[in-house]
Design a binder for this molecule. Sequence first.
Ligand SMILES: Nc1ncnc2c1ncn2[C@@H]1O[C@H](COP(=O)(O)OP(=O)(O)OP(=O)(O)O)[C@@H](O)[C@H]1O
Length: 801
Amino acid sequence: EDVDPVVPKSDVARMRKIVINSLYSHQEIFIRELVSNANDAIEKLRLTALTDKSVWDGNPLNITIKTVKDEDGKGGHIIISDTGIGMSPEELATNLGTLAKSGTSDFLARAESQDGTGNGNLIGAFGLGFYSSFLVADHVTVASIPPKTSQNPEPIQHIFSSAADDTTFEIFPDPRGNILGRGTEITLYLKKDALEYLEEAKIQELVNKHSSYSSSFPIYLYTTRTEEVPEEDVEEPVPETLKEPTTASEAKHSEASDTPVEKDEDEATIEDVEGDEDKKPEEPAAPKMKSITVNEWSQLNAQPPLWTRDPKNVTDEEYSLFYNAFFKDFTKPLAWHHFSGDSGSGVSFKAILYLPAKLAEEYWQQPLSYLSTDIKLMVKRVFITSDLGENGLPKWASWARVVIDADDLPLNVSRETLQSNRFLKQLKGVIIKRLIQLFSKIAEEDQDKFKEIQETYGSIFKLGAVEDIKNREKLASLARFSTTQRNDTSFDQYIENKKKGQKQIFYLAEIGKKPEDLAQSIFVEKLHARGYEVFLMTEPLDEILLGHLRQWKNMPFQDVAKAGLKFGDEELDPEEEKAQQKVLEEKYKPLIDWLKVEAKDTVRDVKISNRLVRSPCAIVAEVGGYTANVQKMMSASNAKGNRGGILHDYAMKAKVLEINPRSPLIEGLLRRVEDLPVEEDEKDVEAEDELREVASILIDGALVRSGFEVSDSNSFFSRVDRVLRRSLGVSETAPTDTTVKPAPPVDPELPTEEEQQMPYFNDEEDDGKAKVIVPDHLKEDVSIEMEEIDDDGNVVEHDEL
Ligand SMILES: Nc1ncnc2c1ncn2[C@@H]1O[C@H](COP(=O)(O)OP(=O)(O)OP(=O)(O)O)[C@@H](O)[C@H]1O
């Protein structure tokens, strides 16, 4: 078959190289990956059969594993078969012979930049799938046949054959014929260092560890044991004793009696054998005994699915392993909640809800178009769909991983009828309620855990509170912020700490700043000095959230960079306060009047400040005006459409210059303004210009201190330069020599081939490992050694690969 690979073969080669060389210590995952593929294939068959009955005749759906040792004892192979959807020869080529998966090159790049030990989580995150075969096998064959359909009434079983050390594969009709009936059979010819996987006990251990939850279909292992039986019984052929096929072609003929697919009685015989043992003591005088070999298929995943079990009897490790296998995420989940209930429409269900340790990168890139795929809806233990369509979770929760198993839904529901089902409509509400309960419970009961939760889900609570009106209050109360006094503070905790008379919740927002830097802002200096707590909001969602909330427990949020700030104790002594204010206003009237003219392009008013302690002045946004943060967001989102409008112009200029009457700088400026001669004929133009320059620097400085940008930073710095010259006693008008050496003439020649190929770096020693490149001139002074350290800072020892 000549099928064009979708991705360059070199990628397949790279993938194999990585798999073989660097993921060596994770050899055993091959079984988990192949069982999981088999399970998916069966699931696909069952789902296809819902709409096209011809693809499934009702034969058992299962996975079988068989180990076969070579007669010479030097090698062997493992056969993993499933009765799933199978593959056509074209599918064999594209699915197994190429890497068509999105993100593959990303994976390759990341894997190659790490050494072997760092790759464990990478495999987990990515799922190595079929390629994990090459961890243990140097030659792999896959026999597969798709189901009969009307388009393909006579499918032919094909073999995909490949070896680990070359990049090619072959696909050819199976010389054994259509022996599988339906499904896929993978044969792994084990490498010398992987022969331990020929032991039944090893396979049993691995399936129990990694895969007992990854398949809802039975997984059988072909087992061999010896049994003592009375000699006379041996004469008759023991029906459950199976003939071991030694070669592929022999398998063809014995397969029919070899797999439980065809012979359901095999399962029954297991119990029979055990029953016999019980009876033995009652048998009369022991006859002559003889050892015989009994081969049988024994089920490895016989226990009921985890979610149907009583939570009291399920260990944390089991929850974790189930999560790994079921959702194919091999990191430990942060928390889970196992519950059962009644939807109210009469459908009872059992469910487990998991919080993943990390949210997918795609989620944060585009939370609003992220589609939830991890609500696995089962009906009577059988998977139905993970596509809830319009009944899916709201965006803020679309990362949730849930298995939910309904008892009373009709089993053969199609997706369309499902969508209109009442139960499904209620599902969203049930899951969201439990999700919030889980978060709230952790917040109350386990501070350390909740800290961990905040790292991954801190922004989720804010997003949720914005998106989900119904649950806004509950979600917002889970949000935590830094304040001028502490970290991780909730709105409720803030209110408990409010001061007598305080009627506003104070906050200051600036996206992207560190809270500790924001705490230095002039807008919080007085509040902080007086002991008032101020929220320091640094995330994009913070101000949006406050905009939606407007108030918390009847206390409005007050941006401390905006007009309207009230400490709340002003009224405690209104007369004195007013008298003081009046004295100051009178004293500073000349300066204020003068500044109103000087600052008219920047602000609409000049006032005496009640919010400054050390700083001479600040620019405060009026109620309808833009704060620095809003102005920044607008320039970041490039909201050109809004610019130039009357409202925009108003909001831009709706600012007040506030001066600090206790600042010596302001007092000095007042004195100089008062000293200016007023009579027309006495005017000192030079002194006035100088003062104007100082005022202009002060106003621009106030803008910058208040987080705004200076509209023309060039002229700002020219003015600063002039003031500097003055203070240094340098002539203000002395010109700088501005002559420069011009560039050589135009040269249209292109760089030569050779020059183009000159590397930027000398990568002679590039061994593909991460390293620090030391510039040549520093090589003598610097030597760098690298160690890998774990989270606790301990050096990680590497096994030699
Ligand atoms: N046993 C099987 N039966 C039918 N198709 C299979 C089987 N194993 C693999 N495939 C097909 O080959 C494709 C590639 O398999 P592979 O294991 O490499 O990746 P995957 O299963 O898609 O992803 P991952 O393993 O990362 O979840 C699968 O998507 C599936 O279409």
